[in-house]
Design a protein around this ligand. Structure first.
Ligand SMILES: [Fe+2]
Ligand SMILES: [Fe+2]
Length: 313
């Protein structure tokens, strides 16, 4: 095979299948079983109004800071859209062989995240359960479509970044709640997301050996138009600004803690054997990282100025 050969989507799936099988074994050996119910402080729960005639929710039911509540809602709604994610990856990766085993296992693990976070939020009355349910209905009714949903390498690049982004967002949300129980729960979820990231990242490492130019093109395209999986959530723009201002997930973290570590693992700037498009993609990637650096610095300056203004009041 010459370097200029372009592999079809089917050929990529076939060539990567043994890598999937190896990484599936690795994942199953490393993933620890855990139980959502052990992370929820059930004795804090009270019956709500409605058919059972309990007490309606009130914002004063919980002392969790507003921005942490916002982040919890975004994180949970993101997890809630799992049926759409399953559809995307099952359609692309298939339901047979090692790919299929991974698709189902990953889906089962992700399903645990939504269950655990919802139980915690309901029991602790951290967020308005009526607004949450309405937001879930709205969000899931929109569904989710990956921007590069019919391209294997683009999808692998996307989930490599997205799983790490989700890990960081969960971990920092946990810290922002100031509740050790919530922090422990979200740290547990974040550990799952990290293993997911490693799985996808290893697949793309293999893709860089198999089809370096196609892999580079995929990474450059995905970095250029990256959107969080929850970007379709009602009011996402406003919510994500609040989340960024609180340092839970911002451009600096996106560039330095999500993109950079993964790109470093792939050693993108030392990959050899690229064709003209592969080289062009790598240049676009470098340009994109520079512009993200400028945007992240600008955001940090604005945030600092805002914090200084607020402290003068
Ligand atoms: Fe998750
Ligand atoms: Fe995940």
């Amino acid at each position: 095979m010459t370097m200029s050969t372009t592999l079809s989507q089917t050929a990529l799936l076939l060539e990567l299948e043994p890598v999937v099988a190896r990484n599936l074994d690795r994942h199953l050996a490393l993933a620890k079983e855990w139980f959502p119910h052990e992370y929820v402080p059930w004795s804090e729960g009270r019956t709500f109004d409605g058919p059972l005639g309990g007490e309606a929710w009130s914002p004063t039911d919980s002392t969790i800071p507003d921005v942490a509540r916002t982040a919890l809602i975004v994180n949970l709604l993101t997890e809630d859209n799992l049926p759409s994610y399953h559809h995307e990856i099952a359609t692309l990766f298939g339901r047979d062989g090692a790919w299929g085993t991974w698709v189902h296992r990953w889906t089962a693990e992700e399903g645990r995240h939504g269950v655990a976070i919802r139980d915690y939020l309901t029991v602790t009355r951290a967020v308005d359960p009526v607004a949450l349910e309405r937001a879930r209905m709205t969000h899931m009714s929109e569904g989710y479509a990956n921007a590069h949903g019919d391209e294997v390498l683009h999808s692998l690049a996307y989930v490599s970044f997205q799983e790490l982004a989700t890990r960081i967002s969960h971990r920092n949300t946990g810290k922002a709640t100031g509740d050790p129980a919530c922090e422990a729960l979200l740290a547990r979820v974040a550990a799952d997301e990290n293993l997911h990231m490693v799985f996808y990242r290893n697949l793309l490492t293999a893709a860089f050996e198999l089809a370096p130019s196609q892999a580079m093109r995929a990474v450059a395209d995905v970095v250029a138009d990256f959107q969080m999986p929850g970007s379709g959530i009602d009011g996402f723009a406003r919510k994500s600004v609040a989340i960024a201002l609180a340092g839970i997930y911002d451009l600096r973290q996106h560039r330095d803690e999500v993109l950079q570590p993964v790109l470093r693992q792939w050693d993108v700037f030392n990959v050899t054997g690229l064709n003209a498009d592969g080289e062009a993609a790598r240049e676009q990637l470098a340009t994109q990282l520079e512009s993200l650096e400028r945007a992240a610095s600008r955001f940090e300056e604005k945030r600092d100025a805002r914090a200084a203004r607020l402290s003068l009041r």
